[in-house]
Design a protein around this ligand. Structure first.
Ligand SMILES: [Zn+2]
Ligand SMILES: [Zn+2]
Length: 261
């Protein structure tokens, strides 16, 4: 939980921004966590960031999927978006009747790609369940959040995000290789939720993912308040991941499913 903010307007209390890590497993689900999914709430508004493999199930520990107000999709790799197909089923065939479309902000072609992944032949296109909005770099308002999106360094179009509410801010790297854009997006943020898919090894592919060491370096350059390492790939040793990010001198921790920040 972040510290509470005060709007200064009598009777209008801002409810502090809270981040729940629903899933933080990198590239595929792990034994203790679904793939990427983060629930961010403030002022009663519930925003999902990514909905990767297995996340729709775990999400129900924290909120009814019917109560989500909007979704942000960083990119169209399955470990960040594939449970949107199941989420369509939840909204379309809900016993109370079809739930109204909620906005889904994502890369161009998100609707077409997810419709294909869902089967595409049910007579219920995914665009009936969601109101897709194509993301471009820049700043938009989503509910009570000011959301800035920028391109990251990944083989498909990928957006990192910065969410601001009151005087608090969270930045999220999504999937990325080394990039100054992440430093700019996260500059001065209270929390950077940064991917650390790799640990040091020779011959790592470029322009794909960050090592834990690079995550620490990006966080230091951005001057963030704290660094939470995420997109933790199950075959890595998390103690090594944490140790290699230690060039970041502020509070440093590992994401964990169920953790609230
Ligand atoms: Zn990923
Ligand atoms: Zn990816």
């Amino acid at each position: 939980m972040f510290g509470s903010s005060n709007s200064g307007s009598p009777g209008v209390a801002l409810v502090a921004m809270e981040l729940t890590i629903v899933g933080c497993s990198g590239s595929f689900p792990g034994p203790a966590s679904p793939a990427s999914c983060y629930l961010v709430t403030a002022d009663g508004f519930r925003l999902l960031i990514d909905l990767g493999n297995g996340a729709l199930g775990a999400l129900q520990q924290y909120v009814s999927p019917g109560d989500i107000d909007a979704v942000l999709i960083s990119h169209l790799h399955a470990d960040h978006c594939i449970d949107m197909c199941s989420y369509q089923v939840f909204r379309t065939y809900h016993p109370a009747g079809p739930l109204p479309p909620i906005p889904v902000y994502g890369p161009a072609a998100a609707a077409a790609r997810l419709d294909l992944a869902a089967g595409g032949d049910s007579g219920h296109p995914i665009s009936d369940a969601f109101a897709f909005v194509t993301l471009t770099p820049g700043t938009i308002e989503i509910g009570p959040f000011t959301v800035t999106a920028d391109h990251m360094n990944h083989p498909v179009e990928t957006f990192g995000f910065r969410l601001e509410h009151g005087d608090r801010s969270i930045a999220y790297s999504a999937d990325t290789g080394v990039t100054d854009r992440l430093v700019g997006l996260a500059a001065g943020a209270d929390v950077l939720l940064c991917e650390a898919s790799f640990t040091d090894a020779p011959g790592l592919p470029a322009n794909l993912h960050l090592t834990a060491r690079e995550a620490g370096e990006h966080a230091s350059r951005a001057g963030v308040g704290s660094l939470v390492l995420t997109h933790l790939v199950p075959w890595n040793d998390v103690d090594v991941t944490l140790e290699q990010a230690a060039s970041f001198s502020g509070p440093l921790s590992l994401a964990q499913a169920g953790r609230k920040v």
